[in-house]
Each structure stands twice: as structure tokens, then as C-alpha cells.
Design a protein around this ligand. Structure first.
Ligand SMILES: [Zn+2]
Ligand SMILES: [Zn+2]
Length: 351
């Protein structure tokens, strides 16, 4: 019900603009093409009113389409949850542990990152997904992952229908003569007359839909595996990268620190339940997070600040200095020589 309330609120009608993008247009195109062709092929291959098997096949197919679209639109329109503009921690002293976002004019809450596409700081940001034209994060993580699970399952079912339809249609049309095999590709079979005509163009469309369904199964199935890894470890793709950089930094400076990722609750089931709760909404408000024992609520943000400071120290600015005869550059690192004398020096400074 909460989702329905959300759906009809005027403010979110503006979110419909997310549909006007190549990602959702292609994704919805694939879902619609595969669903329509699978329904038509089902009518031809396994008429739903004649047997319980036919009915079950047809209802399951419709169920896939509804569930896929439901989770797809939830992932797109509910969105990841954005950190309120101008957000700052309750305790002003805590600001020193957090990064400031100039665009949102507020502090970045733990686990949040600024998305340039959404132009907002996103709660528990994993990545910006072009297919839903929105970020995958705190609030839509479950619906996004369910979509990634249901889409390949629906596509596998549709692929089976496509293959069986083409097989039965060809089987009924093949005739063997002396030294020849003939395939009748006219619109209708002679006996019995089908409800949906199946000619060469229908065959081509079914083959095309089969290609789409198999491609989607492989591509989306791989994305599902990646997201399940993220959920079971309670570590987003961005946080995995921060953890890698933390190990590099500690090793580089030999500081002897040990970085413990604070949000992995130590059990896959507990991590899973943080995203998939019975209510459909994730656990927590996206700002405060349950922590692993021995970790501070700002363990990760402090590490991010250290990495940012380290990046400033280790980065260099490079510029070209033209040299004339008699001019000496005191910080020469690399010199380009012309035919007779040095013409350019590349000066390298720490900033
Ligand atoms: Zn921001
Ligand atoms: Zn985004």
C-alpha cells in the first residue's frame, strides 16, 4: 500500500521523465517483445484452455511479465534514496569525520556517495544503472536484485516456448520426398488450422526473440550474481574499491593499521536480511547503519578522508616549460631536445 501511495503522489510524477532515456526504452522494449512473442507462441504451441498444463504454462508466463515489470518500475521509481540536501550529523563534532558535498551543500552520510547523473548524494550507493536510469542503492536494492533474478528466469521460460514452437511448427511442415526435404512455410498449417498463423515472418520474429531472451539470460544473470555477492557481503562495489585502496595505503606507508570493513555483520544471513525484510522496505533509514563489533560508525568515512588526503600528497602537477638558450630550469626532470639544444622541460611538482 505504501508503494501505491508513493506511486500516485504528484511529486513523483516528475520521476516519469526517467523513462525518456535509451536504457529504459531498450530494457522495456526487450521485455515487451519477449512477452508478446512468448504469449502468441504459447497460444500456438500449448493452447491454454485445453489442459491444466497449458493453463499453468500461460499463467506462469503472464506472472513472469507482471513480476518483472513490477520490480523493474519499483527499482526505477522508488530509487536508491537520497541524502537530504544540506544534511549534517546531529553532533556538530562529527562533521570532521565526514566529506562535504559542494553540490548538495551538505555532508555525505556514511555509505553515501554523490552521483553525477542523479546530481544527488545517494544512500548506500552501489552504481548508477543506465537500464533503470537511476542509482542502485539503499531503498531499491531488493527490487533491483529481484528484477535481476526474475528477468533471466522469465527469459529461460520464454526461450523454451520459442524453441518448442519453432520445433513443432517445423516438424508439422517438413515432408520428405525422393532425394529432397520440403518445408512448408505458408501462413497456416493445413491440419488442424491454427489460431495464430505462423509463416516465415513469425518464424523470424520468434528466432529474434529467442536471441534476445538468451542474451538477456546470460547478461542479466551475471549481474544478479554480482549483486548477490554485494548483498551477502554487505559491501557495495564502491566500498570494495575503498577497502582495496585502504590495504594499498596501509601497505605503502607501513602504518601497521588493520582496516576492518564495518558493515559486514559477520553472517551472510544477517547481511541478506538487512536488504530483504518481510515488509519489502530495507532495514534502517539509510543514514545510521548496524556495525560490526569493534567498529566505529565513522570507520569507513575516516578511511575515505585519509585516502583523499593521501591522494593530494601523492598527486603531481605536470606542465611544460619552454626553454631558451641560457635559461636554466632548476627542477628539470625530463628534457626534450631539439636538433641543437633542449627546447622543453617537464617540471613536476607536488601539489
Ligand atoms: Zn551530493
Ligand atoms: Zn545515479
Amino acid at each position: 500500500m505504501a508503494k501505491l501511495d508513493w506511486f500516485i503522489s504528484f511529486e513523483n510524477l516528475r520521476e516519469l521523465r526517467r523513462l525518456c532515456h535509451w536504457g529504459p526504452l531498450i530494457a522495456l522494449g526487450v521485455i515487451i517483445i519477449c512477452s508478446i512473442v512468448a504469449v502468441l507462441d504459447s497460444i500456438l504451441w500449448y493452447w491454454p484452455l485445453d489442459s491444466p498444463g497449458g493453463s499453468l504454462n500461460f499463467l506462469t508466463l503472464i506472472n513472469w511479465t507482471v513480476m518483472i515489470l513490477y520490480n523493474y518500475f519499483n527499482a526505477m521509481f522508488i530509487g536508491p534514496g537520497f541524502v537530504p540536501l544540506g544534511w549534517r550529523p546531529e553532533n556538530a563534532q562529527d562533521c570532521r569525520f565526514l566529506q562535504y558535498c559542494k553540490v548538495c551543500e551538505g555532508y555525505k552520510a556514511p555509505r553515501s556517495h554523490h552521483c553525477r547523473k542523479c546530481n544527488r548524494c545517494v544512500m548506500k550507493m552501489d552504481h548508477h544503472c543506465p537500464w533503470i536510469n537511476n542509482c542502485c542503492g539503499h531503498r531499491n536494492h531488493s527490487s533491483f536484485t529481484l528484477f535481476l533474478l526474475l528477468a533471466p528466469l522469465g527469459c529461460i521460460h520464454a526461450s523454451y516456448i520459442f524453441i518448442m514452437t519453432m520445433y513443432t511448427q517445423l516438424y508439422n511442415r517438413i515432408s520428405f520426398g525422393w532425394n529432397s526435404v520440403k518445408i512448408d512455410m505458408s501462413l497456416t498449417r493445413r491440419d488442424p488450422a491454427p489460431i495464430v498463423p505462423f509463416g516465415i515472418s513469425a518464424f523470424a520474429v520468434t528466432l529474434f526473440a529467442l536471441g534476445l531472451a538468451l542474451g538477456t539470460t546470460i547478461a542479466v544473470g551475471m549481474l544478479f550474481c554480482i549483486q548477490m555477492k554485494v548483498i551477502l557481503r554487505n559491501k557495495t562495489s564502491i566500498e570494495s574499491w575503498i577497502e582495496e585502496k585502504a590495504k594499498d595505503r596501509i601497505q605503502y606507508y607501513q602504518t601497521g593499521e588493520t582496516f576492518i570493513f564495518p558493515y559486514d555483520l559477520g553472517s551472510r544471513w544477517r547481511n541478506f536480511r538487512q536488504v530483504f525484510t518481510g515488509s519489502g522496505a530495507p532495514e534502517g533509514d539509510g543514514i545510521e547503519w548496524r556495525l560490526r563489533e569493534g567498529c566505529h560508525r565513522y570507520t569507513l568515512t575516516v578511511e575515505q578522508l585519509k585516502q583523499k588526503a593521501d591522494k593530494r600528497v601523492r598527486s603531481v602537477s605536470v606542465y611544460m616549460l619552454p626553454l631558451r638558450m641560457g635559461l636554466i630550469c632548476r627542477s628539470i626532470h625530463v628534457v626534450w631536445y631539439g636538433p641543437d639544444h633542449p627546447i622543453y622541460c617537464m617540471c613536476v611538482y607536488n601539489i
